[in-house]
Design a protein around this ligand. Sequence first.
Ligand code: PRP
Length: 210
Amino acid sequence: MINVALPKGRLGEKVYSVLDRSGYGSKEYSADSRKLVFSGGGVSYFWVKPSDVGVYVDTGAADMGFIGKDILGEYPCGAYELLDLSIGKCQMCVAGKKGFEDGFSRPLKVATKFVNSARRYFSSVGREIEIVKLNGSVELAPVLGIADVIFDVVETGDTLRENGLEVIARAFPISARVIVNKSAYKFKTEEINAVAEKLKGIVNYENNQI
Ligand code: PRP
């Protein structure tokens, strides 16, 4: 049996759908269930908060986990990054109100959940910032004037558009990564590789269909 940590939410649902189509689905799974543990196809799944996936894998509670590069960059863990699954693709962006121009006269006020990644990015481009740490609905910050810009994930761009914001710069691309516990990978190499390769095969096939 392999233990797998799935991130609750959009990405986890996408990943589970690929697992299901790869033959690792569970009869116990239901989209509206509140059950946090279920198993099937030789895999035991845990639904966890996306920012906690690394903790479950690092401690060995899960052998394998699925995590967005945004979260992995923000909360580094000791797990081994095995594979880029090429699903859940989006971008980490700087965005502001339409027409916003950085005057460079003072530190830029940046609202974000991704404090470490934002500090790294703005330091790499040599711009001094002041962080406004928020936990969600970050798009409100420039609208209500508590920050100049946001540093956040953009997928379709709908949330920005519907709130009168636009992308100013793209910081880095994001996609789902497969991470594995280092010692579990030594003992369960074949089982873990079998799941990873099957998933990658299905994703490649679907991504390459016209
Ligand atoms: C994320 C992100 C944006 C939105 C972008 O929020 O923080 O708000 O998705 O997606 P879009 O470009 O497709 O509109 P999430 O749904 O994870 O909720 P959150 O507000 O709790 O961060």
